[in-house]
Design a protein around this ligand. Structure first.
Ligand code: C2E
Ligand code: MG
Ligand code: MG
Ligand code: MG
Length: 278
């Protein structure tokens, strides 16, 4: 391909590629410093029931960069997965999330849940189970308050291994959710074999699901499937009251999205909880 485009083009292309490699290296080094200097922080987005009562939060990592402010994960998680830095990041997020969640008050007599995203790299780590057990032990968080989110693509790699790992995590009392459900390529038959508790309907199906016609077809099918398998259903990316309403009528259990609240920093969560408990 490069030959066909001629000498000048080829030269341009390689220079472009060098730039990409260099940008990656700069980002990787900066991320390494961020990991070592605690520039990574965790924000928390509420998940509510149909009545609007908060049931828990999802922990979402942010890079609090001196130069760039709060950098969102799509800018560095894919790179961190390639370099393996996701292991250190995932560890920091898990400990911070468990510690924070353990400090929250009861709501309606119940402890709030905390959902933490896992990456494929973490599932392959032999030390994962011990790390989860330790994060629970040092924070004092009840295991059933912790829910780990995996994606469908993580199931597909080595299915038997994934099932073993997830079963050992479940044995700790921790819950498992399938995130972004409906966007991956996992076979539906795995839903029966995996020890999962929750399906999170991907935002792409939630967005505009109240506009009529076929817009609710997929959310409705996911909710129906989930109910049949005795799973808890969470809709992510709920931005309007209309979306919330049609999903609630369809039987969706929990809702997460800008309609309710944006992800917020630890101190803002405390403020938020104080305001709803008064
Ligand atoms: P996710 O786990 O599916 O998280 C939901 C994403 O949707 C979050 O983006 C959240 O801020 C955003 N969101 C929530 N409500 C709305 C809404 O109403 N409208 C719109 N447009 N967006 C909404 P965020 O925080 O940028 O995270 C993006 C992805 O990065 C996450 O998707 C997750 O896959 C990954 N991620 C975040 N934190 C971690 C982490 O600690 N570890 C790992 N491995 N991945 C993480
Ligand atoms: Mg998630
Ligand atoms: Mg999601
Ligand atoms: Mg998503």
């Amino acid at each position: 391909h490069a030959k066909k485009t001629g000498k000048g083009q080829y030269h341009f292309y390689t220079r472009d590629l060098n730039q990409v490699v260099q940008d990656r290296f700069v980002l990787e080094s900066a991320l390494q410093r961020a990991i070592e200097h605690n520039e990574l922080t965790v924000v928390y987005q509420p998940k509510t029931d149909a009545a609007g009562r908060v049931r828990g939060f999802e922990a979402l990592v942010r890079w609090n960069s001196a130069g760039q402010g709060l950098v969102t994960p799509d800018r560095f998680i894919p790179l961190a997965e390639e370099t393996g830095q996701i292991l250190a990041i995932g560890e920091q997020v898990l400990y911070a999330a468990c510690r924070t969640a353990a400090s929250w008050p009861l709501v309606d007599g119940q402890a709030l849940g905390i959902a933490v995203n896992l990456s494929a790299r973490q599932l392959k780590e032999p030390g994962l189970l011990a790390m989860i057990a330790d994060a629970l032990a040092v924070s004092g968080l009840p295991p059933d308050c912790l829910e780990l989110e995996i994606t469908e693509s993580m199931i597909m790699g080595d299915v038997e291994h994934t099932i073993r790992v997830l079963k050992s995590i479940k044995a700790l009392g921790v819950r498992i959710a399938v995130d972004d459900f409906g966007t991956g390529y996992s076979s539906l038959s795995y839903l029966q074999r995996l020890p999962i508790d929750t399906l999170k309907i991907d935002r792409s199906f939630v967005s505009g699901c109240d506009r009529g016609g076929k817009a609710m077809a997929i959310p409705h099918a996911i909710i129906f499937l989930g109910k049949t398998l005795n799973l808890h259903i969470v809709a992510e990316g709920v931005e309007t009251e209309g979306e919330r309403d049609v999903l609630a009528i369809s039987g969706c259990n929990e809702f997460q999205g800008y309609f309710f609240a944006r992800p917020m920093q630890h101190a803002a969560v405390d403020e938020y909880l104080r305001s709803i408990l008064n």
